[in-house]
Design a protein around this ligand. Structure first.
Ligand SMILES: [Zn+2]
Length: 114
């Protein structure tokens, strides 16, 4: 069975990995300092990853404002949810706004529009 994490957390870790990739790529460019053209390509590529990450972080900010703040029934902490179903950021309790889906097994496909 696949493991689910809160969507915001998932996007945040994706943004973090983009920064990491960006730095690794830029660091890789140092090995090509005798080939300025290759080094430049590495630097631009690395910079591209970091810019992409900034955009993703900006997107998280946008999503966060759209997210609905709810109090988790399981751990009583305020958490944010996106879409019809999401997961608590703290205890991974599945949350839903749709009474029809209550009690059903957590499934991200409920978020897809028909
Ligand atoms: Zn919780």
């Amino acid at each position: 069975m696949a493991k689910y994490t809160s969507k915001i957390n998932k996007i945040r870790s994706f943004a973090l990995s983009l920064i990491f990739i960006g730095f690794v790529v830029m660091y890789g460019g140092i090995y090509f300092r005798n080939h300025p053209l290759i080094m430049t390509i590495f630097m631009i590529l690395g910079l591209f990853f970091i810019i992409a990450s900034t955009i993703v972080y900006f997107w998280i900010g946008m999503l966060s404002t759209k997210a609905i703040q709810v109090v988790c029934p399981n751990c009583n902490k305020p958490t944010k949810m996106l879409g019809r179903v999401d997961m608590c950021m703290y205890c991974r309790e599945p949350l839903t706004l749709d009474p029809e889906l209550e009690g059903k097994e957590f499934d991200e496909k409920y978020n897809r529009k028909k």
